[in-house]
Design a protein around this ligand. Structure first.
Ligand SMILES: [Zn+2]
Length: 198
């Protein structure tokens, strides 16, 4: 009971350290740094919570990884490209859109007119709803980290799906343009009558 015992009073600095480290460092590390037992640290945390803190000793370890390209935390990075799936999809979309502009450039004015007229008649799809950051009520660092991670995962999914829709749309646009110009490099043959119909 003499060394690191439960009767040793907490200093202001120790309390400040606990407030700062709770939920950020594993309990084991906190105990080691303070030279106190788990039960001593736990009882101090409850005492602080009774006086208005929101400490939890559970430590949140995120599974997200950093994507250098978009400078965001993501659920995964491709080993070969070092990119997240949002960046990969964005790159693919860029490729499709470039192909669309190239195709548009080689169209005759008549083809372009017909294409633009039919394109204008098509309805655009409704945009997907962007996830919202929520919760302003007091949360412990653990809950906050967990909520932040959830939000980042939802945001990634939303960004990916939004780009994916644009990618699919560009793909369809390209196909329709190639029907007008009679070019279809993938198939390497002239379009059949059904394909060339407007
Ligand atoms: Zn990225």
């Amino acid at each position: 009971m003499t060394r690191g015992g439960r009767h040793r009073a907490w200093t202001t600095r120790e309390v400040a350290f606990l407030i700062d480290a709770a939920g950020r460092l594993p309990l084991r590390t906190i105990c080691k740094r303070l030279g106190r037992s788990e039960s001593a640290v736990e009882s101090m945390a409850s005492k602080l919570n009774r006086s208005g803190e929101h400490l939890t000793l559970k430590c949140w370890s995120s599974r997200l990884v950093w994507c250098n390209e978009c400078a965001t935390w993501r659920t995964g990075i491709d080993d070969k490209t070092g990119r997240c799936r949002v960046c990969t999809m964005r790159e693919q979309l860029r490729g499709r859109e470039d192909a669309c502009s190239r195709e548009l450039a080689i169209m005759t004015p008549e083809q372009r007119l017909v294409y633009e007229r039919t394109e204008a008649q098509r309805r655009t799809r409704k945009a997907l709803e962007r996830p919202q950051k929520r919760g302003s009520c007091p949360m412990s660092r653990y809950e906050r980290s967990k909520a932040e991670e959830r939000y980042l995962i939802d945001l990634e999914e939303w960004e990916y799906r939004t780009l994916r829709l644009r990618y699919d749309a560009a793909k369809t646009r390209l196909r329709r343009m190639r029907e007008k110009t009679g070019r279809n490099p993938r198939k390497g043959r002239p379009p059949s009558p059904s394909e060339s119909r407007i």
